[in-house]
Structures are given as structure tokens and as C-alpha cells.
Design a protein around this ligand. Sequence first.
Ligand SMILES: [Zn+2]
Length: 229
Amino acid sequence: MERSGIIIWAGPLVPDRFPQEKTVQKTPIWVDIDTQVDFVLPHGKLYVPQAEQIIPNLRRLMECARREGILVLSSADAHPPDDPSFEQWPPHCVEGTEGQERIPETQFETSWVLPNRPGCYSQLPTPLPPQVILEKQDYDISSNPNFDPLLERLGERDFFLFGVATEYCVVSAGLALRRRGKNVHLITDAIRAISEEGGRKAIDQMCEAGVALRSTEEVLAARRSAVGK
Ligand SMILES: [Zn+2]
């Protein structure tokens, strides 16, 4: 099977090329929340405590995605310098700054940014790039108006959620996907919370909403058996 280049990302769009069941129905999607310098690295402007400790798992997940052609749907905080949210939080992820960039481990060479404006979705190329980044100014990835059209295009998949911070943007994404009836798996050793209690409550909330809890190793092992390696 042809597995080189960008073609493998295009399962849903070239149904004659691959068996429908294998690609459209079974291929999972990674949902990578806000793994940006300002949140993940200790010198970041809104560092999530110990977030750098999940980097090895982030790296393994991204390597798996690259190898297998799993679409990575990322969110990125992108604030103007005078964003009103800076009354509540220290200024962070300001557009054009180093802190707003993803850490290298979660940034593919080829990605496509969907700014938080209606209509950007229509410019998203076909086949889809390996990584689609939805910008947002709020906690919730679904506040970007391009989120729903993109989900619609992706159809029924299993969504594997990771990133930071658990009790803000990760829980918002998990609940947004569940509200849309999606299967959601939270990778609990690839997330970090700002506070331990907040993180615990957010996980409980997601479980109540029907999110399944997984470990990185469990997810990667399932992929290995799915691709027969
Ligand atoms: Zn923010």
C-alpha cells in the first residue's frame, strides 16, 4: 500500500483508493490542545506546572501520527497584545511571539492554520494536511467557527485528546466533542492541569460525559495491533 507522502492523510476524500472501513471509520484522530511554548515550557508566560514532563509522550504520539497518517487536530491560543482575557491571566500566547508557537515536538513540518474567523475552512486544502491548527482566544476549540465544518468532513472517528491545561482547554474540547456525539478518549498521561484539584474535577466531568480514559502506551499498543506490527 502506498504510504508515502501526503496521500495517506486523504482517506476520507479518496474512498476509491483505500477500503472505506479501514480509513474512514477506523482511523483515529489526535486532538492536541494548546501544546504551546507559553504553556508547556518552564520559561513560558503561563506555564502549566510540570507540563514539560508530558513531552516524551507527546513525542511518541506525534511520531505515531506521522507514521500512520493520523490527522492531528491541534488548538492554539492566539491572543492580540491587548486581549481582554489578560485581566484574568498573565499575557500569554500573543500572536507573533515565540511563546505562541507550538513546542517542536507537536509541530509538523506541514500544517494548516485556521484562524478564528468564519470562512477560513473553505481554503483548507484537499487532501487535508497532516496537522490542522485551529486558533482560538477562548478556552474552547469549538469557539472557532471552522471547527464544526471540519468535524463534519471528518465524520465518525475516535478522537484521542491530550495537551494542556486539563481543567480549561482540554475539558472544554472533550465536552465539545461529546456534545457532538463523538467518541472521545482522554490520554491521561499526556495532559497536565494548572491545579491538581482542578485537573481531577475536570477528569471526573469528562468521565461523566462519557469520555474514556487511556494511557499513551495503551493507545500506541492499540495502534500497533491495528496496523499489524
Ligand atoms: Zn489564552
